[in-house]
Each structure stands twice: as C-alpha cells, then as structure tokens.
Design a protein around this ligand. Structure first.
Ligand code: FAD
Length: 319
C-alpha cells in the first residue's frame, strides 16, 4: 500500500552513540545538526552497559539539549549497578535537564555469561522503569530560576515529568525461554510505567506488524516504534546479525553480495530500508526510528527515498 502523502508528516527519530574519540566529536555534532533539520521527535543516545560510556552519553545528550530544538532521549542500562548507584545515575541525568529515557536491562560485559557476570541489583528493565519514576517523584515538583535584575526574586516553574521508553523485540529476545516471554516482559514494562516502546531492528515488515498485533492481542497498549537499520554492506550485515541474533534476511544478503561496487551496495541497502519504512508506516506504525550509526547521509537518504519527509522544510533539509 503506498503512503498517503496528504497525511501529516510521519514522526521520525534517530539513534546515535557517544563518539569513541575526540575526532569523532566534531563529526557527530555536525551529523546532529543535519538530523535536527528534519525535526525528529527525539534523538536517542546509547549507553554502554556497566557505565563504560556514561559520561560521554551525558555530554552528548547535553549537547543536543543546548544546541538543538530536539528532545534528547537517554538510554540507561541497569546491568552491573546497585539500586543506590542506579538512582544516583538517574539523578545526575535529571539534574542535567534530561527528561526522556529508554530504560534497558543491558547485556553482560563481553566474554561473561549471564551466570558469572555481576548483573547488579536490578533484574529487568521493568525495575529500572519503576526506579526512574520513583527518583523523579522524590524531586521537588518545581524549579526555581533567579529573575535577572530583581534581587531575591525567583521564577517558579513546574517540572516536566519524565517519559520512559523501553525496548521491544519483534523476533523475540535471545534470552526468552518461550515464544511469548518477550511480550510478557513488554507488558510488565508497560505496567511499570513505560509509555513508548522502540523495537529492535528487523528486516521484514511482517515481523514487526505481526509482533505489534500479537502484543495488542496480549493487552499491550503503548505505541511501538519500529527500529530500522539501513545495512549498506555485507560486512555490516554479518556484524549486525552476530550482535542481534536476528535471522538472515536472504533478499538483502543476496542483493548486497551481488552488487559489484560499494556505491551499488549502499544504494541497495538504502532502497531496502526505505521500502521497509514505507511498508511499516502503511501497516500503521506510529513513526520510524532509524539507527543512524553516527552518519546522517544514509538515514536521510532512506527517509527521502521512502517519501516520509513531506514538509517542504524537511525535504529541503534532507537534500
Ligand atoms: P528486559 O526487558 O529486562 O528483558 C529482556 C528479555 O529477557 C525479555 O524480553 C524476556 O524475554 C526476558 N525477561 C525479562 N524479564 C524476565 C523475567 N522476569 N523472567 C524471565 N525472563 C525475563 N544495550 C545497551 O547496553 N545499551 C544501549 O544503549 C542499548 N540500546 C538499545 C536500544 C534498543 C531499541 C534495543 C531494542 C536494545 C538496546 N540495547 C542496549 C540492548 C538491550 O540492553 C539488550 O537487548 C538486553 O539483553 C535486553 O534489554 P531489555 O531492556 O529488553 O531487558
């Protein structure tokens, strides 16, 4: 079904990760400037499980908060943390002005299994959702800012309450012991207070649409954003499948393999992701969340090709 271009713009959002080097910082700031120009609903920043990138995540989130008009959304993980440690981390993010979170369990550090790793006090993302909610509730419900030129006077404003998103897995979570356990986990996360789910990447629209239907049948009501990753080389595809355990998407794999040039592979990967975006939106997805890999060209090309950027300003920005 084609997208009806008369409909309001489809909400888009992006995921980036904290740069690993100083050189990457300037390039990422430039990428964020480009992404912000298409008015995404938010830009999310990943968090290294065990706190390995915590400081750099917060720096980047603060940059988005100060330098753009876009909502920064902070991924937070609970693996390896104590209740007190997780609470003080949440306070630090709230103090920096961050009010949107993606609450995640996280994975054990590489090389360690679920059994021998220190997994911390919090056992699931649902518990982290509750903790974020509790930490914000303990804070004063208002902020006070001095009024310049009026000694002793303050402007009192009601604090914005936090929005908490969680992860969802269209093809199941590798840790699930039975087919619907990840839907039970999603129900638990919604019951804990989550108001949005963002999906793991997938390569077939039916995987996402079928999962949303099964979730609705089980009582999940929160919006589930489809997470789409443009994969533009066979090497990247192999790495992504290794990391996520997703089944091999034959059409994409063959298409990338038979393209003789890297430009051709890039074009094929963009076209594949654009078709996926069109199909899920046509099937009722509430928006499109793109894994940007800290590069704006590819994700903006996907949105352009999918016909999702309908506002003239967005089209101009993505050119
Ligand atoms: P949970 O919802 O707690 O659990 C995952 C699965 O475990 C469930 O689906 C269910 O099958 C099972 N389970 C949960 N609770 C129970 C229970 N009580 N009993 C039995 N089984 C249970 N990782 C990072 O380290 N940093 C990131 O920034 C990051 N960003 C991500 C963004 C998205 C959109 C997604 C989809 C994943 C991201 N991850 C990230 C990966 C994530 O941390 C891992 O997939 C992790 O293994 C699961 O996290 P979760 O929040 O879904 O955990």
């Amino acid at each position: 079904m084609p997208i009806d271009l008369r409909m309001p713009p489809v909400p888009v959002s992006f995921e980036v990760y904290p740069p690993r080097s100083e050189a990457g910082v300037a390039a990422l700031h430039e990428t964020i400037r480009h992404l912000a120009r298409v008015d995404p609903r938010f830009i999310s920043v990943t968090y290294g499980a065990g706190g390995s990138t915590g400081g750099r995540s917060l720096e980047l989130l603060t940059h988005i908060l100060r330098e753009t008009h876009i909502e920064p959304l902070a991924h937070l993980t609970c693996v390896g943390n104590t209740w007190a440690g997780a609470a003080s981390l949440i306070r630090e993010f709230l103090d920096a002005g961050i009010t949107s979170f993606l609450a995640l369990r996280g994975d054990p550090p590489e090389g360690l299994s679920e059994d021998d790793a220190f997994l911390g006090d919090l056992e699931s993302a649902a518990q982290l959702v509750q903790l974020i909610d509790r930490v914000q509730a303990e804070r004063a419900p208002y902020t006070e800012a001095p009024i310049p030129g009026v000694p002793g006077a303050v402007r009192v404003e009601r604090r914005r309450s936090v929005d908490i998103a969680v992860a969802a897995f269209p093809n199941g979570h590798p840790r699930s012991r039975h087919a619907s356990e990840h839907i039970d986990a999603l129900l638990a996360k919604e019951a804990a207070g989550a108001t949005l789910a963002i999906s793991q990447l997938f390569f077939h629209a039916d995987d996402y649409l079928g999962f949303v239907q099964r979730s609705r049948d089980s009582g999940v009501t929160l919006p589930i954003l489809p997470g789409i990753m443009p994969v533009t080389s066979p090497t990247r595809l192999r790495r992504v499948l290794e990391l996520t355990g997703e089944p091999l998407p034959a059409q994409l794999a063959i298409g990338l393999e038979i393209e003789p040039t890297s430009e051709g592979q890039h074009e094929f990967g963009v076209a594949y992701a654009a078709q996926l975006a069109r199909d899920v939106v046509a099937g009722g997805a509430p928006g499109v969340h793109l894994y940007a890999f800290n590069n704006h060209d590819t994700v903006l090309a996907v949105l352009r090709e999918a016909g999702i950027l309908t506002h003239p300003r967005q089209k101009e920005a993505a050119r």
